[in-house]
Design a binder for this molecule. Structure first.
Ligand SMILES: NC(=[NH2+])NCCC[C@H](N)C(=O)O
Length: 224
C-alpha cells in the first residue's frame, strides 16, 4: 500500500492554511502527522477546495479528509467519519459599530464557504437573510472588511482566529451548536468502504489522546 493521502482545504486557520512558505499547516495537519507517526505510515497532504473534498474522496483521489469538517448525518451517507477530534460551534461576525443583534440581519448579506454546514444552516433556518457563497472563507472575510458583506458565519474557533488579526470585526449573537446542522464535532472522513483505515485512525486517535500528543497539539493551536 502507498502513503495515506490526506486532503484539506487550506483556507481555514487555525485548522488548515498556507504558511509564508506556501506549506500547508495548522491544527489538522499536525494532528494528521501525529496520527501517521502513530500508525507508522507515510502520508501526503494536499490542498483541495472544500466543496469538492467529498467528491474527490469518493473518486479515490485521496484516502482521507481532515478539514475542520463537521460530522453530519448527511455527509455520513457518503463517507465514514472518525470519532470527533474537536468540539465545534458556529458564530456570526460583523464590522464593529454596524449590527448589534441577529434580528437586524433581515435582508442583510452573510458570506460563508460553499458546501459548508454554515451555508446550509443559514439557507434553511434564516431564509430572511441573504447568503453569499464563497470559494473560501478567506475571501468572505475580505469582503466583510471592505463592506461587500454585512456578516460572515463560520466555526467559532476559525472566527476567533480572524478576529485576532481584524480588530475592526466582532462576533454577533450567541454561539450556535444545532446538532442537526453542525453534528457532534469535527471528524476525519475516509471512503465508506475503508473501515480498515478508519479503525486505524480511531485507534491512533485514542493513542495520541492517551500519551498527551493530542493535548500538546491542541495547546499549540488553541492556547488558553
Ligand atoms: N477547511 C475548511 N475550509 N473547512 C470549512 C469547514 C466548515 C464547517 N465546519 C463544515 O464542516 O462545513
Amino acid at each position: 500500500a502507498g502513503p495515506i493521502r490526506f486532503a484539506s482545504s487550506a483556507t481555514y486557520p487555525p485548522f488548515e492554511f498556507m504558511d509564508k512558505d506556501n506549506t500547508i499547516t495548522g491544527f489538522d495537519l499536525d494532528l494528521a502527522k501525529a496520527l501517521c507517526k502513530e500508525m507508522k505510515t507515510e502520508c501526503t497532504y494536499s490542498n483541495h477546495a472544500f466543496d469538492s473534498l467529498i467528491p474527490a474522496l469518493k473518486f479515490r483521489r485521496y484516502d482521507a479528509i481532515i478539514s475542520g469538517m463537521d460530522i453530519t448525518a448527511e455527509r455520513s451517507k457518503q463517507v465514514l467519519f472518525s470519532q470527533p477530534y474537536y468540539a465545534n460551534s458556529a458564530v456570526l461576525i460583523v464590522r464593529k459599530g454596524t449590527l448589534t443583534s441577529v434580528d437586524q440581519m433581515k435582508g442583510k448579506k452573510v458570506g460563508m464557504e460553499n458546501g459548508s454546514t454554515h451555508q446550509k444552516y443559514m439557507n434553511e433556518k434564516h431564509p430572511e437573510i441573504k447568503t453569499v457563497p464563497y470559494d473560501s472563507y478567506q475571501t468572505a472575510v475580505i469582503d466583510l472588511k471592505n463592506g461587500r458583506l454585512d456578516a460572515v458565519f463560520g466555526d467559532t474557533a476559525a472566527v476567533n482566529e480572524w478576529l485576532k488579526t481584524s480588530p475592526e470585526l466582532v462576533t454577533l449573537g450567541e454561539h450556535i451548536t444545532d446538532p442537526a446542522y453542525f453534528g457532534a464535532g469535527l471528524g476525519i472522513a475516509v471512503q465508506q468502504d475503508n473501515a480498515e483505515l478508519m479503525n486505524k485512525i480511531n485507534t491512533a486517535l485514542d493513542a495520541i489522546k492517551k500519551d498527551g500528543t493530542y493535548q500538546q497539539i491542541s495547546h499549540k493551536w488553541f492556547p488558553q
